[in-house]
Design a protein around this ligand. Structure first.
Ligand code: RP5
Length: 176
């Protein structure tokens, strides 16, 4: 059975429809991991969109999306891919917006290929590369929130609350 194309749009709590963050991924198969970035952005009330764009299978779409991202009001791009993972680099080549790359865990090399392909950008075109898989997906979203928080005090406050809750949980953990 054909898999459904992932295209999700989430408006912020304030109902503002203009998307601040785009989460793009090379394949539908990346969604099981990238849904954690989606969940984290939703948790912070960030208006964002999630969609599949492949640097290799749909190169014109990738170029078009990266080139128009800034004029569409996006402020951060999160790009995930696995294997010969060039999506984040291609996005970064087409925009000056911050691009956060998330290497997907691959079948052949357990994500080492994805990590190296994403992180080893030539000087001049930066990609901020996160960890392989789920931790990278979560942290890319948190990093995006952190970037947005530079000009949004309410988001900075939410980040502090998030960290406080995280610390409280650790402090209260007991082992039986
Ligand atoms: C990459 O190839 C995707 O990002 C995915 O991680 C990997 C495998 O894609 P599928 O063959 O599962 O579509 O482009």
């Amino acid at each position: 059975m054909a898999k459904k194309q992932v295209t999700k749009n989430k408006s912020g709590k304030d109902g503002n429809k203009s998307m601040l963050v785009a989460v793009v991924m090379g394949s539908q198969s990346d969604w099981d991991t990238m849904r954690y970035a989606d969940d984290t952005l939703t948790q912070f009330g960030i208006a964002h969109e999630c969609r599949v764009i492949s640097a290799h299978r749909s190169p014109a779409l990738a170029a078009e999306f990266g080139s128009s991202a800034e004029s569409r009001g996006l402020e951060v791009l999160i790009a995930a891919a696995g294997g010969a993972a060039h999506l984040a680099g291609v996005m970064a080549a087409h925009t000056t917006l911050p691009v956060l790359g998330v290497p997907m865990r691959s079948e052949a090399l357990n994500g080492l290929d994805s990590l190296l392909a994403t992180v080893q950008m030539p000087g001049g075109i930066p990609v901020g590369t996160l960890a392989i898989g789920k931790p990278g997906a979560v942290n890319a979203a948190l990093f995006a929130v952190s970037i947005l928080a530079n000009s949004r005090p309410e988001l900075r406050k939410k980040l502090h609350e998030f960290r406080d809750a995280q610390e409280k949980k650790i402090r209260e953990t007991t082992l039986s």
